[in-house]
Unconditional design. Structure first.
Length: 63
C-alpha cells in the first residue's frame, strides 16, 4: 500500500522541482534584462552629463 503513495509523492516532488526550475530560469532572464536596462540608463546619463558640460564650457568661453 505504501508503493502508490511513495510513487505519487515522488511525482509531485519532481513536478514541484520542475516548476521551481522554470521560475528560476524566468527570474534569471528578468534579472539579466533589468541589469542591462540599468546599464543602458546609466550610460545615457553619462552621455547627457557630457553633453551638458561641453555645452556649458562652450557658452562660458564665448562670453
Amino acid at each position: 500500500m505504501t508503493q502508490p503513495f511513495e510513487k505519487n509523492a515522488v511525482n509531485t516532488s519532481a513536478e514541484h522541482v520542475k516548476e521551481l526550475e522554470n521560475e528560476l530560469l524566468k527570474l534569471r532572464i528578468e534579472n539579466a534584462f533589468l541589469k542591462e536596462r540599468r546599464r543602458l540608463r546609466l550610460d545615457d546619463e553619462v552621455k547627457m552629463r557630457g553633453r551638458h558640460e561641453s555645452s556649458a564650457v562652450s557658452e562660458d568661453s564665448s562670453s
